[in-house]
Design a protein around this ligand. Structure first.
Ligand SMILES: [Zn+2]
Length: 181
């Protein structure tokens, strides 16, 4: 079974045995290693005219494909705080954590260091007046796109969770159920 654990992190032995898809135990010292979903936050940011901020990824995985500001949630951080930090880092917009509202969670997978890790993407919504002031960090983002929800090319996203979140957002706005927008 494919595992990110080549050696026991407690005793260094290579005698790891899989108990399930998510659990690997050292047969020498019985230290247990787990693969659990990594929480990530993704920002769905709309302006007053209903356009959404989409990014073109500037690095692997998914170089050249579409995404939105976001990333792995750090220790002692809320999902809202992670959205605020990642949005500032990637596209230069200051949106306070309190302005993000939880929208949906969707499972995802992220290839990293030779292993495809399960993640749980937490999507948060924010509405701002305009996208004036967007300044991309070119080490992370190749370009920013401002699109109406109907114009977003869902097949061009690097991750299916992002496409599904945009699609769900479009549905909920059409139904008028996203009341805080
Ligand atoms: Zn061990």
């Amino acid at each position: 079974m494919k595992t990110p654990f080549q050696h026991c992190s407690a005793c260094g032995s290579a005698a790891l045995e899989s108990c399930s898809e998510r659990e690997f135990i050292c047969t020498l010292c019985h230290f247990r290693h787990f693969i659990t979903p990594i929480p990530a936050a993704v920002a769905l940011i709309l302006d007053a005219s209903g356009r959404i901020l989409i990014t073109r990824r500037g690095h692997e995985p998914g170089l050249g494909l579409l995404g939105m500001p976001g990333g792995v949630i750090e220790g002692r951080e809320t999902g809202e705080e992670a959205c605020s930090r990642e949005t500032l880092e990637e596209v230069g917009l200051h949106i306070p954590a309190k302005d993000f509202r939880y929208f949906r969670s969707l499972p995802n997978h992220y290839p990293f260091q030779g292993f495809v890790w399960p993640t749980l993407d937490l999507f948060y919504l924010a509405k701002i007046e305009s996208f004036d002031g967007v300044m991309i960090d070119q080490s992370e983002v190749a370009e920013s796109l401002l699109l109406s929800l109907n114009e977003v090319p869902l097949a061009d996203f690097a991750f299916a969770s992002n496409a599904e979140a945009v699609s769900l957002l479009k549905d909920s706005m059409n139904q008028g159920s996203t009341t805080f927008i």
